[in-house]
Ligand binder design. Structure first.
Ligand SMILES: NC(=O)c1ccc[n+]([C@@H]2O[C@H](COP(=O)([O-])OP(=O)(O)OC[C@H]3O[C@@H](n4cnc5c(N)ncnc54)[C@H](OP(=O)(O)O)[C@@H]3O)[C@@H](O)[C@H]2O)c1
Length: 229
């Protein structure tokens, strides 16, 4: 096992879970980090947040809009270019459009858009990532991690569109866990069972990031669930 880490790629970085997970991994020697989302100026703030804890972190920020399925390969080709000779070691798929969706007023097109971001988007990133992760299984600890929510199994009608997507996404990553666990790539889900807020003892972004790190290190299940009692 190499003492040098490969790269962490966060797809759907933001001020909450995305940048907190990147900061936690940077503190565990993941110095090469690539952050993706739609807003380049916001991504720079995420990068500064990580550098404030790990000044030596080498961070790139790149645009991706997962709702535009046909644009995803070009966005991931830009990640390949940014990676250069650094092997990909961990992917966090974290992007989501979060908000209310009223049964049965929610337009079909909006449900399709949500599915594109969270299910097709996750699959597209997995198609890109898994072959690279398999290549480094003998000397790194490759993983594909995905942020989920307890609504994947206990849906909330007022956010039914997000719930449907989380169910599909969970099923996809669980399949990936079953297929790749014996092939050396760990695929798993971080299941957040409540609204993320600083005041929550469990469901705060820092604690979720620590739980994500523990999941990555221990690799003993396909998910960890984080809930405030
Ligand atoms: N926050 C909660 O209360 C909560 C609860 C349970 C589960 N979760 C899950 O946690 C994950 C997000 O964590 P977070 O809420 O703390 O957010 P976050 O990590 O702060 O940011 C997530 C980022 O996803 C990006 N994104 C949204 N749509 C996108 C698109 N079409 N293409 C690319 N990127 C996109 C957004 O950036 P841009 O707008 O710049 O693209 C956003 O900043 C999601 O999987 C969510 O379902 C959140």
């Amino acid at each position: 096992m190499s003492s040098t880490r490969g790269a962490l790629v966060v797809v759907g970085s933001g001020p909450g879970i995305g940048s907190h997970v990147a900061r936690t991994f940077s503190a565990h020697a993941f110095k090469r980090i690539i952050l993706l989302s739609r807003d380049p100026s916001r991504l720079e703030k995420d990068a500064e947040f990580i550098r404030s804890a790990t000044p030596s972190a080498d961070i790139s920020t790149l645009p991706i809009d997962l709702s535009k399925t046909s644009d995803i390969p070009a966005a991931l080709a830009a990640v390949d270019k940014a990676l250069g000779n650094t092997p990909l070691e961990v992917v966090l798929f974290n992007a989501a459009r979060v908000g209310p969706s009223t049964l049965v007023e929610w337009p079909m097109e909006e449900l399709e858009l949500d599915l594109r971001i969270k299910v097709t988007g996750c699959y597209a990133v997995a198609q890109w990532a898994i072959p690279k992760l398999l290549q480094v299984k003998d000397n790194l600890k490759p993983a594909f991690l995905c942020t989920s929510g307890s609504i994947y199994k206990d849906p909330l009608p007022e956010v039914f569109s997000l719930s449907v997507c989380k169910a599909g996404q969970h099923n996809l990553v669980h399949s990936m866990h079953k297929k790749y666990k014996d092939e050396g790539v760990y695929c798993a889900l971080v299941v957040v069972g409540g609204v993320v807020a600083d005041e929550n003892p469990e469901c705060n972004a820092g604690n979720i990031a620590n739980k994500t790190w523990n999941l990555y290190e221990q690799r003993d299940d396909h998910e960890v669930e984080i809930i405030d009692q």
